[in-house]
Design a protein around this ligand. Structure first.
Ligand SMILES: C[S@@+](CC[C@H](N)C(=O)[O-])C[C@H]1O[C@@H](n2cnc3c(N)ncnc32)[C@H](O)[C@@H]1O
Length: 251
């Protein structure tokens, strides 16, 4: 039996800075009586003695989702917190997938959006996402590496601006370098590249470089990498932007 008072709100806190948490997200977190999420994300929410907290490791998405749904089924108002937007490489899809199981039929789930890291990095340097772009995760934890490389090849050939999430980790130190080689098959070494690290946080750093000069060893999991299209440029004042118009023949 589902207690009608319960619900799961999957909430995006935005990247890093409290200023990037929307009023709707802040209200959803404040209204909850239980908070569930990856420990470092929960740490971003101010303590509230009325609320119970269940921090977990970042590799246990399905278990965390099931736990949140069980609590909601029992009548608790649960907020599952994600950084950025919960629908972008985060908990929203994981919760909806588990909520689709018959045992959770009738448990209300709502998604509260947040600013995603690609938007925050883009705004810090200008407007590199001003024309068509795509978003890829370089992590091969949830999909095969061959699929990642194939998608990179197609995105590069389509001349899309590419936002790379999860670009490099201690367990996957060679993948960004390999991705860079694949991108260079279809893109000029002069292609503008932006690396945003911990944007909105205390260790924020922004680097504007090129695809040829990108030093993959300086990138880690706290970074987001934007690969420009053939049209992305750096203005006289140092702003990075991709023009809104696209020529019939980009060559
Ligand atoms: C598991 S994904 C979560 C993405 C998140 N849901 C979002 O919408 O931004 C984690 C990746 O997001 C990117 N990221 C998240 N916050 C960031 C920040 N403040 N600065 C730069 N990149 C960030 C990094 O690429 C990191 O490896």
């Amino acid at each position: 039996m589902t207690d009608p008072a319960g619900e799961v709100a999957v909430v995006g806190l935005g990247p890093g800075s409290r200023a990037w948490t929307t009023p709707e997200a802040a209200d959803a977190v404040a209204a909850a009586d239980v908070l569930v999420g990856y420990g470092p994300y929960l740490d971003r929410v101010p303590a509230n003695p009325r609320q119970e907290r269940f921090p977990s490791d970042n590799r246990v998405e399905a278990e965390r989702a099931a736990h949140a749904l069980e609590l909601a089924r029992a009548g608790r108002r649960v907020a599952v917190v994600s950084s950025g937007d919960p629908g972008v490489f985060a908990m929203a899809a994981a919760v909806l997938e588990v909520a689709d199981r018959p045992e959770f039929a009738g448990v209300p789930v709502r998604i509260v959006p947040g600013l995603t890291a690609a938007q925050a990095v883009a705004a810090k340097v200008g407007a590199p996402l001003g024309h068509d772009f795509c978003v890829l995760s370089l992590s091969d934890v949830l999909k095969p590496w061959d699929v990642v490389l194939d998608r990179l090849r197609h995105a590069a050939a389509a001349d899309l601006v590419i936002a790379l999430y999860n670009p490099r980790s201690k367990h996957r130190p060679h993948q960004l370098g390999e991705a860079q080689k694949v991108l260079l098959e279809n893109r000029s070494p002069d292609t503008v590249v932006v690396v945003g690290r911990d944007v909105g946080g205390s260790a924020e750093r922004l680097t504007v470089t090129t695809l040829g000069d990108l030093d993959a060893d300086t990138v880690d999991m706290r970074c987001l990498v934007l690969i420009g299209s053939s049209r992305t440029r750096v203005s006289a004042t140092g702003a990075v932007y991709t023009p809104r118009t696209y020529p019939a023949d980009p060559s």
